[in-house]
Design a protein around this ligand. Structure first.
Ligand SMILES: C[S@@+](CC[C@H](N)C(=O)[O-])C[C@H]1O[C@@H](n2cnc3c(N)ncnc32)[C@H](O)[C@@H]1O
Length: 359
């Protein structure tokens, strides 16, 4: 749901196999279910999606971005449902394998990833989901040709492959389905892309920027210059310095002394709204705790003045109705000339979203 237009009509090619209901299952951060429903309502009109339970949403069709891929801001993971296995673990595995096998026929590499919705009631089912995955994979592996094309999740190609999924919504209730790997919102099970960072870093902030860069698929290289707006105490700056980038940190607050002392670091103790770079920089990072529309206007100014080429921003969304705000933020960025604008509530984001864009 990006750019200046509405998303196109739901379009997801069925790899092959029996007719499908065309319904999708999505998982979110617990508490963000309605935000996903609101995204569907904004894009397609009412009654296209409904909350199924904590961290779960079901929809008719999947939205596509202007670039043609499946996209949602508030969903972490999703798939086209092909079966709703219920009952004992063995019964669920049999139904899932029978429904998935024809979908996975063909030449494409595939994998199966089972997960539980990230909510208090379902998180304890993690071990059962692992057992269900193992049992279903064993049944699918009985076909030699199928087994030969199975790859570990970590080795799944980002395009041209199939990501089969099992979501365990209750001890005896599950959803089975699949998504093309290029359409997968994430390759992490249930979209939980846990980032590990060194213990000495300001930790949650560091995880946020690491996950943002992994999602973007690129990162600053050695010698590139990055401006970091809202940099204190310095977790993001540290991640950039660690990549041997030069960092211009902008924040009225103090940086952690060891980060402030780094030889590739300059700290401007002023408001980001006043700061003007001496010359264009390679990257703009922004994690300012400030009103999101004003931050978006600032990022649009950076775009209009061509002060940078790439932006990675974390925007705070404390309001109840977040989807409409995201839509407005994207319009403001587009007005500044930013392109390929992507927004996602990543795993390490709370009441906030990550935004990336190119000039
Ligand atoms: C969530 S913290 C940033 C954490 C940082 N990214 C890190 O990794 O350590 C938000 C920061 O925004 C800063 N901030 C708020 N308003 C600002 C403004 N107008 N200009 C620059 N920084 C601002 C605050 O001082 C605060 O340090």
């Amino acid at each position: 749901m990006h750019g200046d237009g509405k998303p196109s009509v739901p379009r997801v090619e069925v790899p092959r196999g029996k007719p499908l209901p065309g319904e999708w299952l999505w998982t979110t951060r617990a508490g963000s279910e309605q935000d996903v429903v609101d995204e569907f309502t904004l894009g397609f009109g009412p009654d296209k999606a409904k909350v199924l339970g904590p961290a779960l949403v079901r929809s008719r069709g999947a939205p596509t971005s202007r670039e043609g891929g499946v996209d949602l801001t508030f969903a972490r993971q999703g798939f086209r449902i092909v079966a709703e296995p219920a009952g004992t673990l063995d019964a669920m595995a049999r139904v899932a394998a029978r429904a998935l096998a024809p979908q996975l026929a063909g030449d494409a590499p595939w994998t199966l990833s089972a997960w539980v919705p990230d909510a208090d009631g379902s998180n304890p089912l993690g071990p059962l989901a692992e057992a269900l995955e193992a049992r279903t994979v064993a049944l699918l592996d009985e076909d030699d040709a199928m087994r030969a094309r199975r790859v570990p999740l970590a080795a799944l190609p980002r395009s041209g492959a199939l990501l089969a999924q099992l979501a365990l919504a209750g001890p005896e209730r599950s959803f089975a389905g699949l998504v093309r790997s290029e359409d997968a919102l994430s390759l992490a099970p249930g979209g939980r892309a846990r980032m590990r960072v060194g213990g000495e870093r300001p930790s949650r902030a560091a995880r946020k920027v690491e996950e943002a860069l992994a999602w973007l698929g690129m990162a600053p290289g050695a010698g590139e210059t990055c401006v970091d707006l809202g940099a204190a105490p310095g977790g993001w700056s540290w991640a950039l310095l660690d990549r041997r980038a030069k960092v211009i940190a902008v924040d009225p607050a103090e940086l952690r002394p060891d980060i402030a002392r780094h030889r590739s670091m300059v700290h401007h103790k002023e408001s980001a709204f006043q700061f003007v770079p001496e010359e264009p920089v390679d990257w703009l990072f922004c994690d300012m705790a400030w009103r999101p529309l004003e931050v978006a206007q600032l990022l649009a100014k950076w775009g209009r003045r061509r002060w940078t080429r790439l932006v990675v921003a974390n925007l705070k969304l404390p309001m109840k109705t977040k989807a409409a705000t995201v839509h407005d933020l994207v319009q403001v960025l587009a007005g500044g000339g930013w392109q390929q604008i992507r927004t996602r509530q990543l795993y390490h984001d709370r009441d906030e979203i990550t935004l990336t864009a190119h000039l």
